[in-house]
Design a protein around this ligand. Structure first.
Ligand code: NAP
Length: 252
């Protein structure tokens, strides 16, 4: 698949990995539909994509809201005339232990802490893929859907919600690659390790240092390194149903 003139939706495209992937793909001539929650942040990202050389538009949309996702996909198809790709990248963290016994009290992960991550990181991926794939079939367009999973899909302490969602996303990549191949739609995943973004920027410095020391390459990944792999997945027409691991050799 050629990136030039391909229309690609990137969720969580306002910052971090989403923005880095969008800018990189824009630099290869792709046309980007950036989806995020904040208009001002989206506007900045749109300008950055245009400066990189590609067309881009902003769509404020909560990926966990069925009506908003459906409306966004229709709008993108109307605005660009087609859709060739989707990167399901929007994601949140709400870390915590399943339970913690302290001073005779047991603190538990709340249902809302669990559900909010499942809603965005798993249901959001389901909704985005379902709506985009349906629109691509309707329009007769072919292409690729990339799901952003995580190294945490193996099971990371303090991340019951996040690990479950990211393992789900990895499994769905395999399911959808099988189901959608007949329509000319490939589905692939990327499982990043620890990458320098606003998400990891929120971690305590001691935790970051400890974590980096455990990475065989002794550094965090850069957003551009994830973006480089996303471009490769678009361009390699035989890649489907698998998760590309980009973690500097780290194993949880
Ligand atoms: P980030 O810097 O927090 O960016 C995520 C973006 O998604 C933010 O702009 C966020 O907006 C947006 N978003 C959150 N909820 C949304 C929703 N319901 N609808 C639409 N947009 C929403 O995160 P990142 O580090 O770039 O991570 C991107 C993806 O990579 C995530 O799926 C993450 O789990 C995955 N990942 C990241 C790393 C890493 O080390 N950074 C490692 C493995 C996997 P708000 O800021 O307003 O919430």
């Amino acid at each position: 698949m050629q990136l030039k003139d391909s229309v690609i939706i990137v969720t969580g495209g306002g910052q971090g990995l989403g923005r880095a992937m969008a800018e990189y793909l824009a630099g290869r001539g792709a046309r980007l539909a950036l989806v995020d929650l904040d208009q001002a942040r989206l506007d900045e990202a749109v300008n950055a994509c245009k400066a990189a050389g590609g067309d881009a538009r902003a769509y404020v949309c909560n990926v966990a809201n069925e009506d908003q996702v459906s409306a966004m996909v229709n709008q993108v198809a109307d605005d660009f005339g087609t859709i060739n790709g989707l990167i399901n990248n929007a994601g949140i963290l709400r870390d915590g232990l399943l339970l913690k016994a302290k001073d005779g009290q047991i603190q538990k992960m709340s249902l809302s802490q669990w559900q909010s991550v499942i809603d965005v990181n798993l249901t959001g991926v389901f909704l985005g893929t379902r709506e985009v794939a349906a629109k691509m079939v309707e329009l007769g367009s072919k292409g690729l859907i990339i799901n952003i999973s995580s190294i945490s899909r193996a099971g990371n302490m303090g991340q019951s919600n996040y690990s479950a969602a990211k393992a789900g996303v990895a499994a769905l990549t395999v399911v959808w690659a099988k189901e959608l191949a007949r329509y000319g739609i490939r589905v692939a995943g990327i499982a990043p390790g620890f990458i320098e973004t606003e998400m990891t920027g929120g971690m305590k410095p001691e935790a970051l240092e400890k974590m980096t020391a455990g990475i065989p390459l002794r550094r965090m990944g850069k957003p551009e390194e994830i973006a480089h792999s996303a471009a490769y997945l678009f361009e390699n027409d035989y890649y489907s149903g698998r998760i590309l691991e980009l973690d500097g050799g780290l194993r949880l």
